[in-house]
Design a protein around this ligand. Structure first.
Ligand code: AMP
Length: 173
């Protein structure tokens, strides 16, 4: 497997979830063992030796990769979830998406002050979601070492909103 092979396994679904959006569907890639392993290995490679203590995963598709990276790096996994899903005391942040607006939450006691974390999602579009999660993590005192995405929609320039942090993506469109 290589990056070109990975790229070929990402499929465009036009007009999903609404008209005008070209949805990047990663499920054809996820179902292939060598591709899934290669993607996870490549993402983790960027952070080896950086003493990552926690991997912050963004619901929903960020949850596919973040626990794998946590396992690979010997780190813990912290879920950032959509509104109303976490049972305990939490911190909230609002964000805007390529298609809509919402808020995200994390447990107040999930990240201790000074903890070295990375943030993981499947796809970087406008960067609104990732930027909100950076704010959320920093509100709790976490140190953001970098962010990792499988796919980057480079034409949306999401990276510019994250310019103070190392941003890694495997496949750019
Ligand atoms: P953004 O906040 O604009 O960077 O959007 C990133 C979030 O929305 C990620 O959690 C993605 O899973 C999802 N997303 C945005 N645009 C797309 C797209 N074209 N295809 C698939 N997922 C997308």
């Amino acid at each position: 497997m290589n990056l070109e092979g990975l790229r070929a396994l990402i499929r465009d679904i036009p007009d999903f979830p609404k008209k005008g959006i070209v949805f990047k569907d990663i499920t054809p890639m996820l179902k292939e063992g060598p591709a899934l392993r290669f993607a996870c290995d490549q993402l983790a490679e960027n952070f080896k030796g950086m003493k990552v203590e926690q991997v912050i995963g963004i619901e929903s598709r960020g949850f596919i990769f973040s626990p794998v990276l946590a396992y690979q790096l010997g780190a813990g996994f912290v879920p950032v979830r959509k509104k109303g899903k976490l049972p305990g005391a939490k911190e909230v942040v609002s964000y805007s998406l390529e298609y809509g607006e919402d808020s995200l939450e994390v447990h107040l006691d999930a990240i201790k002050k000074g903890t070295r974390v990375i943030i993981v999602d499947d796809l970087l579009a406008t960067g609104g979601t990732a930027e909100a999660v950076v704010r959320l993590v920093e509100k709790l005192g976490g140190t953001v070492l970098g962010l990792a995405f499988l796919v980057e929609l480079a034409f949306l320039k999401g990276r510019q909103r994250l310019q103070n942090y190392p941003v890694h993506s495997l496949i750019q469109f």
